[in-house]
Design a protein around this ligand. Structure first.
Ligand code: SAH
Ligand code: AVI
Length: 323
């Protein structure tokens, strides 16, 4: 077995500094907002794993079935030597790709990349145990600013699974897809999983489950602010909101103040007032049409090569080649 390696492009200090900037901007904006990457400390990553098991949260199991059905074909057509995965989390579903690509005989290296050192650390340990022939090289970084460190020396595929593309706002998405295209060679591929626009009666409960796990995941961002920036949020005094914005075709997660509150963010020397009912936006989760995502990929420099969807058309897995 080759021991896994871990490359850190975002130290704890740099992460705290980035959070300082985001908190100062987002908590003084009107309406208030925070970027979703701050959910994922060790507890947040664990809560996300629990979400993936919920009966209401269809995306993970739907994408897993799509991967199960398509992995051998993807391995045969793409034959990558290096699989890079952005926002890899536990890399659990990715094992279907790793199985197919190692069986196909081409894959030499797997490079999972995530902003959560906790999720990445345990993933790379388990993967290098279970795939002893594979070089596993984890990268702790923000995928919106370190793509230029992509490994070279073999044919590459970049996977971006789970629907995480939908957590970027449209302008960020366009920039992000273009930056992926910029680091790939002609013919190399992007494998992207996206949630599709479906009936809000199914969509909304996926983001507002009966057991309250998503609510706890949402509130976790306040724990992160308390821990990293010495803030004094009382998370239980914020209620979880999942709102389907039909015009923008995205779910918005928000935290709503249940009383008038004054919160102090110690590290910033910042005092923030919340009125009763005031909402803080913590995430968008955009859903796509096949035409819409096709256009976004084309605009970024990709040609859609193959698309897999489930029978209910809730989720799509798209393999796109760099033009
Ligand atoms: N791909 C996995 C995990 C999805 S959860 C799956 O499909 O189940 C989203 C993952 O992206 C989390 O592990 C989170 O830590 C990571 N993430 C979110 N924003 C990020 C960013 N800006 N840079 C790097 N990783 C990010
Ligand atoms: C990681 N991302 C794709 C998830 C989503 O569905 O947007 C995060 C999540 N938010 C609430 N539940 C899960």
């Amino acid at each position: 077995m080759t021991a896994p390696t871990l490359e850190i492009h975002l130290s704890e200090e740099q992460m705290t500094e980035a959070l300082r900037t985001d908190a100062r901007v987002g908590l003084t904006a009107s309406p208030k907002w925070l970027p979703p990457k701050w959910f994922y400390d060790a507890r947040g990553s664990e809560l996300f794993e629990q979400i993936t098991e919920l009966p209401e949260y269809y995306p993970t199991r739907t994408e897993r079935e799509l991967l199960r059905a398509s992995a051998a074909e993807i391995a045969a057509v793409s034959a990558p030597q290096i699989l890079v995965e952005l926002g890899s989390g536990s890399s659990d579903k990715t094992r279907l790709l790793l199985d197919a690509m190692t069986a196909h005989g081409t894959l030499e290296q797997y490079v999972p990349q995530d902003v959560s050192p906790a999720a990445l650390g345990s993933a790379i340990e388990a993967l290098s145990r279970d795939y002893p022939e594979l070089q596993v090289h984890g990268v702790v970084s923000d995928f919106t600013d370190t793509l230029h460190n992509l490994p070279t020396g073999g044919r590459r595929m970049i996977a971006f699974l789970g629907g995480t593309l939908g957590n970027l706002v449209p302008a960020e998405r366009a920039e992000f897809l273009a930056s992926i295209a910029a680091v790939l060679e002609t013919g190399e591929q992007l494998l992207v999983g996206v949630g599709l626009v479906i009936d809000p009666a199914i969509l909304v409960p996926a983001y507002d489950d009966a057991a309250g796990v998503t609510a706890e995941f949402n509130r976790n961002v306040l724990h992160v602010l308390n821990n990293r920036l010495s803030a004094n949020f009382e998370p239980d005094r914020f209620s979880h909101v999942a709102y389907w914005d039909a015009d923008n075709e995205w779910i918005e997660m928000r935290l709503e103040a249940t009383a008038d509150m004054t919160v102090h963010v110690g590290d910033l020397g910042l005092t923030v007032a919340f009125g009763t009912g005031e909402q803080l936006r913590t995430e968008i989760s955009a859903k796509f049409t096949l035409d819409g995502i096709g256009r976004e990929l084309a605009a970024a420099g990709f040609d859609v090569e193959q698309t897999w969807t489930d029978a209910d058309e809730r989720f799509a897995l798209i393999c796109a080649g760099r033009r």
